[in-house]
Design a protein around this ligand. Structure first.
Ligand code: ZN
Length: 476
C-alpha cells in the first residue's frame, strides 16, 4: 500500500480525506486504484484520452514522475505519492544607473543587525540598497513582502495594484489598517512602507498588469515577486520574466496550504515547465471563493521576501529548482524538485511563445461578451416573485450557506453535483449560483455535459444578490 497525499482543492472528491492508501506496484496502478475508488477524481486527474492532465504533477517522494518512469515508476510500500496541482504567486541583476557606494550614518545604525553578520556586511547591504524589486499585487502576499522588503533596505520597490482596501482584506493584508478601508491599496501600502523605512524609493503603478504594459513595467526592475491571485496574471508574469530574463519569486496560497519557489532564473525552470496549462476555470477556487487562513500569506510572503533578499545578496541556496509546499494544519514543509523542461513553450530550447499572448483566453476565462446562459440577480428575483417554476441550485459549501443564503435555493456543493444528478429533474428550468459566479459556471458546464438543456448561471453570485436585491444578506 502506498500513501497518497491529496491536496486541498481535490479533497472534495476524496470524501474530504487528505491522505489515502492504495495498492499498486507502479504509479499508474496506484492512481488507477485511487480513481476507481473515487470516480469523480478521475475526471480531474485524467483527460478523456486517459492522459494525466498537465496542470497536475505527481511526485514519488520528492521526485517528479515525469523525470522517473512516468506512470510506470515503481512504487514501494514506504513511498509517498503526492498530487500537486497548480494553485488560483546575483549575477543577472540590472545595475541601477547610479550605484551607491556607501551607507549613511543613519543607515549604518538602522541596518546594524545586518551589518554585523559577515554574510551580509556593508557589501551585502549596499547590494540591497542598489537593488530594485517589483511586487505584483499589494494584497495577501504583497503585505508581508512590502513590509519586510522595505525594512530590509531594498533601494527601490515598485508596487502594482489597482484595488481598494475593503473589510474582507484586513484579516490577512496586514500592511493595511482599518482606517485605510476605502483607500487605494497603493497609497495605504506606501504610507506604511515609508514609515518603516523612508530611505526606500517607491514606484506606484496603479494598473492591472496586461500583455500590453507588462514588459515595460517589469523591465525596470531586477527581481519580480509574484503576489497575484489569478492564473492569467501568473502566466503573464512568468512569460514576461522569461522573455526579459528576470527571476520570478513565486508564491501562492489556498486555505491552509501554500507554495513557493523561484522561477525563470537563468538556467532554472519556469512556471510553465511545472504547469504547462492552467486548470479549467472554477476547479481551483480563488481565496475569495475558497477562503484562506489569514496567517498563511504571512508565511509564504516571508519565504518570498527571504528568497528575494538572498538572490540580491547572492548568498545561501536559493529555491531555484525546488518547490516548497507548506501545510499549516500539519505544520509541515515538504520539498519537491522542479526542473526546466527543454520542451517548454516559453523557456525551452525551441520556444514557440516569443511575445506575450492573450492570457484570459489561454486560461479559458470567458470574455464579457459571452453572456449566453447567464441571468442577472434582478432577473432571478423577478422569477421568484412571479412564482416561476424553476429550480435554484446553490453550489457553495454548507458552511457558506450558513453565513448567507437565498432561502429558496437547494444546496448541492459543486463537488457533489455530478453524483446527485438524480435529485435534479432533467426537464426543469435550472438556475445555478455560488458566491461570485465562478463555481456556478463550472456547475452549469457539468449539468450541460450531462444533458441538462435549460441551465443558466446567476451572474455575480450571492454577492451580487446582496448588493442589488437584498442588502440584509451579509457579504463575506
Ligand atoms: Zn519553462
Amino acid at each position: 500500500m502506498a500513501k497518497i497525499l491529496i491536496p486541498t482543492p481535490l479533497r472534495q472528491y476524496t470524501e474530504k480525506q487528505s491522505e489515502v492508501s492504495m495498492p499498486g506496484a507502479t504509479v499508474g496502478e496506484v492512481l488507477s486504484a485511487l480513481t476507481t475508488r473515487y470516480a469523480d477524481l478521475r475526471k480531474q486527474l485524467y483527460s478523456d484520452a486517459g492522459a494525466l492532465r498537465s496542470y497536475v504533477n505527481v511526485y514519488v517522494n520528492d521526485e517528479d514522475i515525469r523525470y522517473l518512469e512516468k506512470d510506470k515508476t515503481a512504487v514501494k510500500d514506504a513511498d509517498t505519492l503526492t498530487i500537486v496541482p497548480s494553485i488560483a504567486g546575483g549575477s543577472t541583476l540590472v545595475a541601477e544607473p547610479q550605484l551607491a557606494t556607501e551607507l549613511t550614518k543613519e543607515e549604518i545604525l538602522r541596518y546594524s543587525r545586518h551589518l554585523i553578520m559577515p554574510e551580509v556586511g556593508v557589501e551585502g547591504q549596499l547590494k540591497l540598497k542598489n537593488a530594485s524589486v517589483l511586487l505584483v499585487g499589494a494584497g495577501g502576499l504583497g503585505a508581508p513582502l512590502g513590509l519586510y522588503l522595505a525594512a530590509a533596505g531594498i533601494g527601490r520597490i515598485g508596487l502594482v495594484d489597482f484595488d481598494v482596501v475593503d473589510h474582507t482584506n484586513l484579516h490577512r493584508q496586514i500592511i493595511h489598517g482599518t482606517k485605510d478601508v476605502g483607500r487605494r491599496k497603493l497609497d495605504s501600502a506606501a504610507d506604511r512602507m515609508r514609515d518603516i523605512n523612508p530611505n526606500v524609493k517607491l514606484d506606484l503603478h496603479e494598473v492591472a498588469l496586461t500583455s500590453e504594459n507588462a514588459l515595460d513595467i517589469l523591465r525596470d526592475y531586477d527581481i519580480i515577486v509574484d503576489g497575484t491571485d489569478n492564473f492569467p496574471t501568473r502566466y503573464l508574469v512568468n512569460d514576461a520574466c522569461v522573455l526579459l530574463g528576470k527571476p520570478n519569486v513565486y508564491g501562492s496560497i489556498f486555505r491552509f496550504e501554500g507554495q513557493a519557489t523561484v522561477f525563470a532564473y537563468p538556467g532554472g525552470p519556469c512556471y510553465r515547465c511545472s504547469y504547462p496549462e492552467p486548470p479549467p476555470p472554477g476547479l481551483v477556487p480563488s481565496c475569495a471563493e475558497g477562503g484562506v487562513l489569514g496567517i498563511l500569506p504571512g508565511m509564504i510572503g516571508v519565504i518570498q521576501a527571504t528568497e528575494t533578499v538572498k538572490l540580491i545578496m547572492g548568498i545561501g541556496e536559493s529555491l531555484v529548482g525546488r518547490l516548497v509546499r507548506y501545510d499549516a494544519l500539519e505544520m509541515r514543509f515538504r520539498e519537491y524538485k522542479v526542473r526546466r523542461d527543454p520542451e517548454c513553450p516559453v523557456c525551452g530550447d525551441h520556444p514557440t511563445i516569443r511575445k506575450l499572448i492573450d492570457y484570459q483566453q489561454f486560461c479559458g476565462i470567458p470574455q464579457q461578451v459571452t453572456t449566453r446562459g447567464e441571468l442577472d440577480v434582478t432577473e432571478v428575483k423577478q422569477k421568484i416573485d412571479r412564482g416561476d417554476d424553476f429550480l435554484l441550485i446553490d453550489v457553495r459549501e454548507p458552511h457558506e450557506y450558513q453565513i448567507a443564503c437565498i432561502p429558496t435555493a437547494k444546496l448541492i456543493p459543486l463537488g457533489e453535483v455530478a453524483k446527485r444528478l438524480n435529485e435534479i429533474d432533467p426537464d426543469a428550468e435550472i438556475v445555478v449560483h455560488c458566491k461570485s459566479g465562478g463555481r456556478s459556471a463550472r456547475a452549469v458546464e457539468i449539468l450541460r455535459q450531462n444533458g441538462y438543456k435549460n441551465v443558466a448561471n446567476m451572474r455575480g453570485g450571492i454577492l451580487a444578490w446582496s448588493e442589488k436585491v437584498d442588502p440584509r444578506v451579509p457579504k463575506y
